[in-house]
Ligand binder design. Structure first.
Ligand code: TYD
Length: 221
């Protein structure tokens, strides 16, 4: 899908993706610090969530049993509120928005993992993410997606020692194989936007890859 334009007014939108246990979250704060050290204003946020309403929806999605369509509608409802209330205003102020998961997670989890119709997801994506920052409609997508790719078996081992699993973290490894395949499919569809980060490395090596990727876009020196 074509994004039409980049974020405009100097704003930059970066999402972080990967299966549960891939280790993305530790690098979001690091990247925020690196960008702030170079004078950028950074908004850190997450999905589902990022606004009071979307955080309520997150609690439901992560805890309550529901069918895949309900899940998809709730994550897109949360996304709409998040875009309107937080992401678009931050980009309009020229900030860098670092978002822990975005729509690729819906394609990977609800689409790949739960088997929900990808055509319907693409339609919801278009409805929810069409915004009009300068009066003209554009499809808001991340300018860059850092995809932390890790073998689901290794991710499952990492999760064993983690806190009490939520609804998704409690899924079997086969679920995460489908989620991982969903991410791979999204990368194939948008290779310029996606940067695959090999997550089966030391934390420092992963961080070096994150830095190099953002530097290669000219957003960090
Ligand atoms: P996660 O980002 O892993 O947060 P934490 O580190 O606090 O566990 O948790 C969010 C979960 O929500 C994750 O399992 C993926 C799932 N999810 C979806 O199923 N669909 C979506 O569209 C999004 C954004 C997340």
């Amino acid at each position: 899908m074509n994004t039409g334009m980049s974020s405009g007014q100097g704003g930059i939108f970066i999402s972080f993706e990967g299966i549960d246990g891939a280790g993305k979250s530790t690098h979001i704060e690091g990247l925020a610090q690196a960008l702030r050290a170079q004078g950028r204003r950074v908004t850190l946020t997450r999905e589902p969530g990022g606004t009071p309403l979307a955080e309520k929806l997150r609690t439901m999605v992560l805890n309550d049993p529901m069918d895949a369509m309900t899940e998809a509608l709730l994550v897109f409802a949360a996304r709409r509120d998040h875009l309107q209330q937080l992401i678009e205003p931050a980009l309009a102020r020229g900030e860098v928005v670092l978002c822990d998961r975005f729509t690729d997670a819906t394609f990977a989890y609800q689409g790949g993992g739960r088997g929900f119709d990808l055509v319907v997801l693409a339609q919801l994506e278009r409805w929810v993410q069409t915004v009009t920052p300068a009066g003209a409609p554009l499809l808001r997508e991340p300018d860059l997606t850092l995809w932390f790719d890790l073998d689901p078996t290794i991710a499952a081992q990492r999760l064993v020692s983690a806190r009490v699993p939520d609804k998704f973290e409690a899924q079997p490894v086969e679920f995460f194989r489908r989620v991982a395949a969903g991410y791979a499919q999204r990368q194939t569809a948008a290779p310029q936007r996606f940067a695959r980060i090999e997550a089966n490395q030391s934390r420092d090596a992963v961080w070096q890859d994150v830095l190099a990727t953002v530097q290669s876009r000219g957003w960090l020196s």
